[in-house]
Design a protein around this ligand. Structure first.
Ligand code: SAM
Length: 265
């Protein structure tokens, strides 16, 4: 493929990914996009179609569309990520609560919702825990609840009763697995939020909206708001900050050194 065609294809791909997922590749990440695309095209043996046809090739088939989403979204996650923030939420913000319904949106391979389940279990907190993601591939892995044995190092000693080490793997115990459901959801698609309107007290959406631009972030935040009950809480990563332009949807409040967000009425 000629250089100009390749560049046109990468641009089209950027637009397509944005339209499908809300994830916006800024100029400085375009090299990553190009590299990922190259790998995908090689693996499928389709490096010679014109740019528009290449995009059609992916969009015209649900399985190939999934491949595109799988490759273009960032699945990085781990158990007990930002543990201190989680402890502040459970032990200060949710203090004395006996039933809390949680969602982890952009849950990737499941470590986040399982961490929430372990923390809730330890504190005797009942309620639903639902992990959601746009990528069906990561959800498959999340449902299995089987990880690499090395991930044990992310799990504090007092929570290791909730995993089983089996040779090279680490498996979440059934008691915890049973507490977590998984479902496919697209943060920028209001239709996928219809069935979960007003369903949660706390929504985690950590390290997801950092890949969105202003517009897709606003759509995603409105959808998250619709999934929360009145007074519901949004948890972002502690390095993400919602600017004033979103205060009509969520208002920040501080607990210790962490900022959480409460749904506006
Ligand atoms: C970096 S991971 C974050 C995982 C976890 N929340 C954490 O902080 O460890 C981002 C996840 O967001 C998901 N994601 C990206 N766009 C999405 C969308 N439009 N709707 C739902 N999930 C999305 C990706 O598939 C990916 O699994």
């Amino acid at each position: 493929m000629k250089i100009e065609e390749r560049q046109r294809l990468v641009q089209l791909l950027r637009e397509t990914i944005y339209r499908l997922t809300g994830n916006y590749y800024p100029d400085e990440r375009m090299k990553i996009l190009e590299y990922k695309l190259e790998r995908l095209l090689k693996s499928l043996n389709v490096d010679n179609l014109p740019p528009e046809r290449t995009i059609d090739f992916f969009l015209s088939d649900p399985e190939r569309k999934k491949m595109l989403i799988d490759l273009m979204t960032v699945p990085e996650t781990r158990f007990f990520r930002e543990r201190e923030q989680l402890e502040t939420l459970f032990d200060r913000v949710l203090k004395d609560k006996k039933v809390v319904d949680f969602a982890s949106i952009g849950c990737s391979t499941g470590q986040e919702p399982y961490t929430i389940a372990m923390m809730a279990e330890k504190r005797g907190i009942a309620g639903r825990i639902v992990g959601m993601d746009i990528n069906p591939e990561v959800l498959k892995k999340a449902r299995r609840g089987v990880y690499r044995a090395t991930e044990i190092r992310d799990i504090p000693t007092e929570y290791r009763e909730f995993v089983l080490e089996k040779g090279e793997t680490l498996e979440v115990v059934n008691k915890i697995k049973k507490r977590v459901e998984f479902r496919e959801v697209n943060l920028i698609d209001p239709k996928s939020f219809e069935p979960i309107k007003n369903s949660f007290d706390v929504v985690f959406c950590r390290n997801v909206l950092i890949y969105f631009d202003y517009q897709s972030k606003e759509i995603a935040l409105s959808n998250i708001k619709s999934a929360l009950r009145r007074e519901g809480i949004l948890v972002l990563s502690s390095t993400e900050i919602l600017g004033k332009e979103f205060y009509h949807l969520f208002k920040p409040f501080k607990e210790d050194r962490f900022t959480f967000y409460r749904r506006t009425d």
